[in-house]
Design a protein around this ligand. Structure first.
Ligand SMILES: *[C@@H]1O[C@H](CO)[C@@H](O)[C@H](O)[C@H]1NC(C)=O
Ligand SMILES: *[C@@H]1O[C@H](CO)[C@@H](O)[C@H](O)[C@H]1NC(C)=O
Ligand SMILES: *[C@@H]1O[C@H](CO)[C@@H](O)[C@H](O)[C@H]1NC(C)=O
Length: 978
């Protein structure tokens, strides 16, 4: 509560909207020298030369309309400057295309030297007396067609129309007055030349939605909406849906529309020469059917020759599989044929300026590894592993290729280790880490991201495209949260921006632990025994939901819809799925202890599972069903994906394992009988033990003053009935809350959790034991033994403190950091990884470091245990060695000991996954154990070096011999003095 109040106050002083991350040129109140562009009853006339690109005029019409959305008074577009003395004027146009703009340039009215000849750049400036009869005008000049279009949509965004106004129903921000500031701003060229989206695996959600809205065809009406979104997001490149559709054939207006609007068309890695997979000639076999394949490719070139295209070259097998007859040599023949078709069809002698791409996806990597020569003018599009981990980036030998390189990335996937295609499961800080690395390694020609159905991935899409447009805003390791604040401000307003940022940052950490579709992989992931892990995770989701709901409640009803679609829905829906699986796991654990809560948990799982349907209906019912079907994706009961078909590219094998389950299935739950055992109604268990007293005796883990988790006792009913009980500690320095109660089933409370606390100032020093007796009114009393360890770190010690044989460290909490003479330093990525933060080496261009000279981070810790063979468990992301010659590398040492250097990712050949890949992708972590040898009782320093840029560590656990089994590791250890 306090938190929300202070945020609201803080944000009160933050002003207006800007285009995310870009300088403002619009204001909402009168400023000296500013031009009033619009307001109630006043709107600009937008002048666009009749010779201008049709796509620019189209964007101009959108801007005119957007003024209406914001002020209630729509602008209009005209083609000439006469008769405009009584209206605010915006003149928009492209150098070399609009005579009006060219004449302003030659008259010296505008300076375009900063943008002329550059890719997708623009200048926006306020000019006095641009032409006779106009006192002042806002001039938007593009270096090319999209430069001008981005300039126009930049004004839209600044006046208050989100790029997501239609696709995510972000309400336009109302304003009474809009002013163009008296300043010049210049943007572009973008960091990445071709930036875009791939709509893929669109069945069932998007396909059903398209059926309802566009008659089942991905037609030009549908694409007009998509293209407008892309341009408003400052993207330019698109791979159309391809599983059951054919972009150019389904609607002959699709191609001309892309051309008109200014979208560069591409096709996926499996669809060469601007043709759809579903248009392929059969047999799709270069060796057996070459002349027909060539004709097919020729026809694709001919069809699109007058349009902007990034030509997909090479080929794979039929339908997103490897080809059984291709090899590295014949693939070069394919390139040769394709390039010769392009030269003759486009009438050029060199293809140096013709954008062409070859995607190194799956088996294709094997050909490259085999030494295949790729013509220099073809962009090599490196792929991630379909799970957001880029496999390879340009190495020094590949620098300075004419076609350069790019990245094909995934926010959604159908395949191994398991489909993820329901709702947003993207940790933005991870996307940042990967794409920042790609940018710095010069994979800057193309970034394309697979966005599944598009709709539930609004936030990661915005983030990805904003990075691609201007990476200079994303050079720091903490740039993600900064971006989230500006994104949330734009979509929902200042008052909830900070809170929304915290929500999405937390959501990223909870979801990177495991995709929803994999939560039922056996065995159940979170420990139901140790560290209260399963319950704690559920509690984190519940706290997140409460916080998100409180933000939602503050919003006006129109903004609530957008907030629901992008923020509240994934939190609610995600939490319910977690609840179903976590409580199904607890149900089984409780059954083994004969707890009546077994039956309550079974009922809870059923209710939560039903609630999932309610949340889906709520989404589908928004705005009279505008997004009906968008949540059609099944997400419970995946069970046939975790198969080892990685190296098996045969279509038949993949197909038998590849698709969704045929319906949602609730995980199984058990119920138990309600007759209490002869030993009585009352049962007792404690964390860290599966035993259930009085039948078996649970043993406590040691409790010391630094134990981060509570020691608790669960007292529960083991049948129908009711009994009072009392809890009596044997020592006066132990207190227990509550110390008595009533357990009762089926009505009343079946389980009571009591928390133990110790007055350490009166407890004996060192190790001792105490006992706790739980006495029911009827039945058998239970006596538990509580081991205590009353220890204290020496005065002045600063660092982590061991408890129960372990020290769990969050990366941001180092006690010191040493700089490196090379200038490289270890930096914290906030909200990265599964629990807290990541540590990485920046700049990533620093090159390989040594332990002698490299920057290190120091985590001081105090051990009460002497361990003969201590280990450190390092949790890393599932990253790849993007430069196989310089694999990821880190080192650890205790005190002045010799550092142990680890290369966590085994080497692998392109087109195959490194060993341990599947497990680390499933777990959102690659877990590496390093032996530390002997660690004596006392104060120590754990020193960590990251020796290769791109290496990230997101958690460390020092195991002094007694760390228990759990998924995330023990809760963070106590910190003293810092
Ligand atoms: C990236 O390209 C720039 C400009 O061509 C060059 O100076 C730099 O060394 C390249 N970086 C890498 C990592 O190849
Ligand atoms: C969430 O809110 C509910 C309802 O107000 C409350 O019962 C619950 O304790 C809250 N949970 C957390 C973790 O804050
Ligand atoms: C321990 O128990 C106390 C009292 O119930 C509670 O306030 C605190 O949040 C608990 N701490 C943890 C780590 O669960």
């Amino acid at each position: 509560m306090e938190l929300f109040a202070s945020i609201a106050l803080l944000c009160f002083v933050i002003s207006g909207t800007t285009a995310i991350g870009q300088p403002a040129s619009i204001a909402f109140s009168e400023t000296k020298g500013a031009l009033k562009l619009g307001g109630t009853g006043l709107a600009p006339t937008i002048v666009i030369d009749s010779k201008e690109w049709a796509g620019v005029t189209r964007a101009g019409n959108d801007l005119a309309n957007d003024f209406g959305l914001v002020t209630g008074t729509k602008g209009k577009v005209v083609s000439g400057t006469s008769g405009l003395s009584n209206t605010p004027v915006i003149i928009a146009g492209t150098i070399g295309k609009a005579p009006l703009i060219d004449s302003l340039v030659s008259a010296g009215k505008i300076d375009v030297s900063n943008i002329k000849g550059k890719w997708e750049s623009f200048t926006s400036t306020l000019v006095e007396k641009p032409v006779e009869g106009i006192d002042q005008a806002l001039i938007l000049v593009g270096s090319d067609k999209r430069g001008t279009i981005y300039a126009i949509y930049d004004v839209s965004e600044q006046i208050g129309v989100s790029p997501w106004y239609w696709w995510a129903d972000v309400p336009p921000k109302k304003h009474n007055a809009l002013y163009a500031l008296p300043k010049t701003k210049t943007q572009g060229p973008p960091s990445i030349k071709y930036r875009g989206l791939f709509i893929n695996d669109e069945q069932p959600a998007l396909t059903n939605w398209v059926k309802s809205n566009y008659g089942g065809v991905y037609d030009s009406r549908f694409h007009a909406k998509v293209f407008e979104l892309l341009l408003r997001l400052r993207a330019n490149y698109f791979w159309p849906a391809m599983w059951a559709s054919k972009f150019h054939v389904d609607d002959s207006k699709n191609g001309p529309l892309a051309d008109e609007m200014g979208i560069v068309m591409g096709t996926s890695h499996t669809e060469p020469m601007a043709r759809a997979d579903k248009e392929k000639v059969k047999p799709w076999d270069w060796k057996r059917n070459q002349s027909n394949l060539k004709k097919y490719m020729q026809d694709g070139a001919t069809r699109s020759k007058n349009w902007e295209v990034v030509w997909t070259l090479g080929m794979r097998g039929d339908g997103d599989t490897g080809s059984p007859t291709l090899d590295a040599k014949s693939l070069v023949d394919v390139f040769t044929a394709q390039q010769s078709i392009l030269k003759s069809t486009l009438g050029v002698s060199s293809l140096n300026t013709v954008p062409q791409m070859w995607c190194v996806y799956k088996e294709v990597g094997g050909y490259y590894q085999a030494g295949m020569k790729v013509p220099e003018d073809i962009t090599i599009l490196w792929s991630d592993d379909n799970s957001g981990n880029i496999q390879r980036l340009p190495i020094p030998a590949e620098a300075n290729r004419i076609g350069n390189a790019g990245v094909y990335y995934h926010f959604d996937y159908v395949g191994d280790p398991r489909n993820y295609k329901w709702i947003n499961t993207i940790q933005l800080s991870k996307t940042w880490q990967q794409m920042h690395l790609a940018h710095e390694k010069n994979a800057t020609q193309i970034w394309i991201v697979n966005v599944g159905d598009l709709k539930p991935l609004e936030i990661p899409i915005s983030h990805f495209l904003d990075m691609a447009y201007d990476m200079t805003r994303f050079m720091k390791a903490d740039s993600t949260d900064e971006w989230l604040v500006s994104w949330a401000t734009r979509e929902f307003g200042d008052s909830v921006a900070q809170g929304t940022t915290e929500v999405m940052a937390t959501y990223g950490k909870l979801i990177v632990r495991r995709k929803y579709e994999l939560l039922n992989k056996s065995p159940f992931l979170y420990s139901t025994t140790n560290y209260d892990e399963a319950e704690n995770v559920l509690h984190e989701w519940e706290a997140l939901q409460n916080k998100t709901q409180a933000l939602y409640d503050q919003l006006d009803s129109a903004t609530q819809i957008a907030f629901f679609e992008m923020v509240l829905h994934p939190v609610l829906a995600g939490r319910i799925v977690q609840q179903v699986y976590i409580n199904a796991g607890r149900n089984k654990a409780h059954a083994a202890q004969k707890r009546m809560s077994t039956n309550e948990l079974a009922a809870d799982v059923k209710a939560a599972y039903a609630q999932d349907g309610v949340i889906q209906k709520r989404y589908h019912g928004l705005l009279n069903g505008k997004w009906n079907h968008m949540m059609d994706q099944l997400h419970f009961g995946y069970n046939n994906w975790y198969v080892l078909c990685r190296s098996d590219t045969s279509r038949a094998v993949l197909t038998s394992h590849r698709q969704d389950p045929s319906s949602n299935t609730m995980p199984s739950v058990t119920t138990i009988g309600t007759t209490a055992p002869s030993s009585g109604l009352m049962g007792v268990s404690v964390q860290g033990s599966t035993a259930s007293a009085p039948d078996s005796t649970p043993s406590f883990l040691v409790l010391d003053p630094y134990t981060p988790e509570n020691r608790t006792i669960d007292i529960y009913a083991r049948g129908s009935g009711s009994t009072d009980f009392t809890i009596t500690p044997s020592s006066p320095y132990i207190s227990i809350t509550p110390s008595q109660g009533t357990i009762s089933y089926p009505s009343g409370t079946s389980t009571i959790r009591a928390v133990i606390s110790v007055d350490w100032s009166s407890a004996p020093n060192g190790s001792s034991t105490s006992s706790i007796i739980i006495t029911p009114k009827s039945g058998t009393a239970v006596k538990l033994t509580l081991p205590l360890n009353n220890v204290a770190v020496p005065a002045g010690f600063k660092g982590y403190v061991e408890s129960n044989g372990g020290v769990a460290i969050e990366m941001a909490h180092f006690t010191a950091r040493t700089a490196s003479p090379s200038g490289a330093s270890l930096e914290v990525i906030p909200n990265y990884g599964r629990t807290h933060s990541g540590l990485t080496l920046l700049p990533v261009t620093a090159g390989t470091q040594t332990t002698a000279a490299g920057s290190s981070a120091v985590y001081s810790f105090y051990a009460f245990t002497s361990a003969a063979s201590a280990k450190v468990v390092a949790y890393l992301p599932p990253s790849f060695n993007v430069d196989p010659g310089s694999p990821l590398k880190f080192a650890v040492a205790v005190d002045e000991g010799t550092p142990t250097v680890s290369s966590p990712v085994p080497s692998s050949t392109l087109g195959s996954m490194p060993s341990g890949w599947s497990e680390s992708v499933i777990n959102g972590a690659r877990v590496v154990k390093v032996d530390l040898g002997k660690v004596e009782k006392g104060a120590h320093k754990l020193r960590v070096w990251l020796l290769e840029p791109g290496t990230v560590i997101h958690r460390l656990v020092i195991d002094l011999g007694a760390v228990k089994e759990s998924y995330l590791g023990p809760p963070e250890s106590a910190k003293v003095g810092f």
